[in-house]
Write a protein that binds this ligand. Sequence first.
Ligand code: CDM
Ligand code: ATP
Length: 268
Amino acid sequence: MIVFPNAKINIGLQITEKRPDGFHNLESCFYPIPVSDLLEVIPDSKTGFEVDGTDIPGDVTTNLCLRAYDLLKRDFELPPVQMYLYKQIPIGAGLGGGSADAAFTLRLLNEQFALALSIEQLETYARQLGSDCAFFIQNRPRYCFEKGDRFEDIDLSLSGYTLVLVYPNLAISTAEAYAGIQPQKPSVSLRTALQAPVGDWQKTIRNDFENTLFRKYPLLDRIKQELYQGGAVYASMSGSGSTIYGIFEQAVHLPDHFQHYQVWQKTL
Ligand SMILES: C[C@](O)(CO)[C@H](O)COP(=O)(O)OP(=O)(O)OC[C@H]1O[C@@H](n2ccc(N)nc2=O)[C@H](O)[C@@H]1O
Ligand SMILES: Nc1ncnc2c1ncn2[C@@H]1O[C@H](COP(=O)(O)OP(=O)(O)OP(=O)(O)O)[C@@H](O)[C@H]1O
């Protein structure tokens, strides 16, 4: 079976407090976007894993696809499988690519081997693999809170807008980004701010990681400003960076020097 694990962007990200378990509580809107990896799983005589495309740092045996398989294998009689991942979502990008691969592996194995797991059960498994993973089980725009792994539905559609993603070939680890954060109770309710027209978001919707990461990597702030200069109705960093995205009312001509970055332009 073949699936296409897709990325997400964060629209607003408020880090509200540090938790006793060392993680942080946050509030954010997670929005699925059409930039995807490809994952194929075939029953085989022994389990194997092969990756093509973008290089994934670290030992292949720690890949989240294999970890998702191992997690289900503890509870179910899964046959050995050959897994093939074509990696396209950039790494350390704040786009949740690894989390999407993990969640789609759980979903695929559930379907391919008729495990009959419910959405809630899949989300419980996903939470064990990473904070962002559970979102990709249902994979629709959600308002997320706690570790980013609890959700409420949100009435939000960017359909018809053009999304530009700029990945400046700079990987930022999530742990590095959280290390620079001073959690703060928000003065503006993100949930309320998201109900306003997209053109108003610039005044009210922030990603709390931008403060420290823009100081450390001024290039990121420059890219955001260039997206606004190019006509974005809203621009922000996604998640813990480094991807900067812009939301436009129509297709856009980007500055020539963006050719040095990885850029996607998609009509949603
Ligand atoms: C920045 C976001 O992408 C927002 O969507 C997520 O919060 C990151 O989620 P993720 O990549 O799935 O992160 P995990 O793999 O669970 O955690 C990586 C590291 O990030 C930090 N971390 C992560 C999530 C969270 N709510 N609080 C944290 O402090 C912890 O130091 C943790 O060791
Ligand atoms: N299938 C995978 N794809 C990407 N990264 C993986 C995968 N499996 C394990 N990893 C590890 O996860 C780390 C980063 O994952 P990912 O790309 O999801 O992070 P990110 O871009 O910071 O996204 P986010 O912070 O939004 O979760 C890398 O260090 C990588 O070694």
